[in-house]
Design a binder for this molecule. Sequence first.
Ligand SMILES: NC(=[NH2+])NCCC[C@H](N)C(=O)O
Ligand SMILES: [Mn+2]
Ligand SMILES: [Mn+2]
Length: 326
Amino acid sequence: MKTQIDYKFYPTKEVTIISAPFSAGQGKGGVEKGPGLLLKHGLREDLEALGWSVSIKEPLKGTGLDVPPSELEEEFDRSHGIAKRPTVVAQATERVYRAVKEVSHQKRLPLTIGGDHSIGVSTLAGFLDANPDACVLWIDAHADINTPETSPSGNIHGFPVALAMGLSREVWPKQFSWLDEAKNKLAADRIAYIGLRDLDPCEKKRVRELGIAAYSMYHVDKYGIAKVVEMALARINPTGKSPVHISYDVDALDPLFTPATGTPVRGGLTFREGMYIVEAVAETGNLGALDIVECNPDLASTDVHEIDTITAGCAIAKSAFGETLV
Ligand SMILES: NC(=[NH2+])NCCC[C@H](N)C(=O)O
Ligand SMILES: [Mn+2]
Ligand SMILES: [Mn+2]
């Protein structure tokens, strides 16, 4: 058994935490407090204790974009279907994209902490810019592959995978034209989902038609989490040589473990299943990038719920950065 993880892409163990306190990709205030709380609960010190040198970037600082959605411009794009607050979401995601891109080119591991999952478009496009062969594990109850004409809610945190893949470009709100500059689109055979259990009908169709590797909770029950991770990595990283970007929505875990999140869905991953996924990727040495999103303390009904959710976020990071192997 291995006792030390060899991070192939980061031999000097340098990470930059990209703080993305942003919430207008959905309608519930509070998720913008996620980064501050993760840091308050010792995220940085946890990584340092694991031998990583840590720096922090705050691409939204001073922009006024780091406030609850109710304080941002209320705007609807109804040119094709619906997209809510496209101007501010496009501004924030572009800034986070530039930060992730810069960090990725510096060969430091980008750890992006949200904030809602709309910033997934930033992390995918930014990491792919420096790593064209990257592959993605999207850990989530949701597929986040809507576009305005398929979205039931208009919330852009349900769009990031579709945007990064360049799907239905003609229906995007015009504010997202910054994304045309991102040269590497995410290919359908380079992403796998784990933890799915709440897809909109059009999303199901899209995932099926594109042939995306999708492991729902049914597959986790049927095969066990270890086999699911193995199958997912075999699909997206057959040579085992590409960096793996994990985009982790904390609602993938069962609401018993991460109750303070905007779109909880029962029947999710256990705490250990959730940690196992990132541990297994870490053990391969292929961890490339990590996002931890959708912690919303304002939706906690007790202090314990808030602490459980935030410390679960910290635990995902620790597991990914090498804590578990003794
Ligand atoms: N990142 C998330 N929590 N996304 C939830 C999306 C829910 C739903 N599919 C929608 O598009 O509105
Ligand atoms: Mn989700
Ligand atoms: Mn999500």
